[in-house]
Ligand binder design. Structure first.
Ligand SMILES: C[S@@+](CC[C@H](N)C(=O)[O-])C[C@H]1O[C@@H](n2cnc3c(N)ncnc32)[C@H](O)[C@@H]1O
Length: 208
């Protein structure tokens, strides 16, 4: 059983049942009935909430147990959620198939982070959005959640580089916020927030 299956085997929902606050704030950018991918959706609080807003949502995660709980949550709320158990280290969505990718605390190690992020961004259509919140390295001084390994923590500059040439940054920020997300994320936290939109396809005169 992997680390996340073990964690999600515990009773209850580790990060609560309510969606992430930054996602709620950013969701106004999304067109009605968007096709949304939620990589690392865990027990499904964010994917289910997006489905409740009328979007068509696919959640992928490497925890079968997390995705099973996500399906239970979707059923209890009367919405449809498509789920697939995948490892983002070697998985890509279909190119240009998505209106949004939502990454909430999907912490990947440095060895795979940039390639995985670029594969996910290529899944977006022109005009598509990527919304991300994760812990910043300064979170190591807080006890409100997150990995204790700096290799798994993200700076805005790393994310600017990860998505360079694919997405135009709209928000690239780090700072403190107060988290109240189940037993897993509680208290003052230092987070990185990144939002980008797919760059317009270059016109014929711009192609080399
Ligand atoms: C901190 S939890 C966040 C869960 C959810 N996004 C939330 O905010 O409630 C991190 C999630 O990322 C998933 N994850 C980590 N590495 C992954 C990988 N390589 N491929 C797919 N999912 C991964 C874990 O299984 C877990 O569900």
């Amino acid at each position: 059983m992997n680390f996340w299956d073990q964690r999600f085997s515990e009773p209850g929902y580790k990060y609560g049942l309510e969606p992430n606050a930054f996602l709620c704030q950013q969701a106004a950018r999304l067109a009605p009935v968007s096709q949304i991918l939620v990589p690392g959706d865990g027990e499904g609080r964010n994917g289910v909430w997006l489905a409740e807003q009328g979007h068509t949502v696919t959640s992928v995660d490497l925890s079968e147990i997390g995705l099973h709980k996500a399906q239970s949550l979707a059923a209890s709320r009367g919405v449809r959620l498509t789920t697939h158990c995948v490892d983002l280290a070697d998985w890509s969505p279909e190119v240009s198939s998505l209106d949004a990718v939502v990454l909430i605390y999907t912490h990947l190690p440095g060895a795979i982070r940039q390639l995985a992020h670029r594969r996910l961004a290529r899944g977006l259509r022109p005009g598509g959005w990527l919304v991300l919140e994760a812990f910043h390295p300064e979170q190591l001084t807080h006890a409100s959640g997150g990995p204790k390994d700096v290799d798994m923590l993200y700076t805005p500059e790393q994310l600017d580089a990860d998505f360079a040439g694919l997405l135009a940054p709209v928000e690239s920020w780090h700072g403190e916020t107060r988290l109240a997300e189940g037993p897993g994320h509680q208290g003052i936290a230092h987070v990185t927030r990144w939002v980008g939109q797919v760059l317009a396809a270059p016109g014929p005169e711009m192609r080399s």
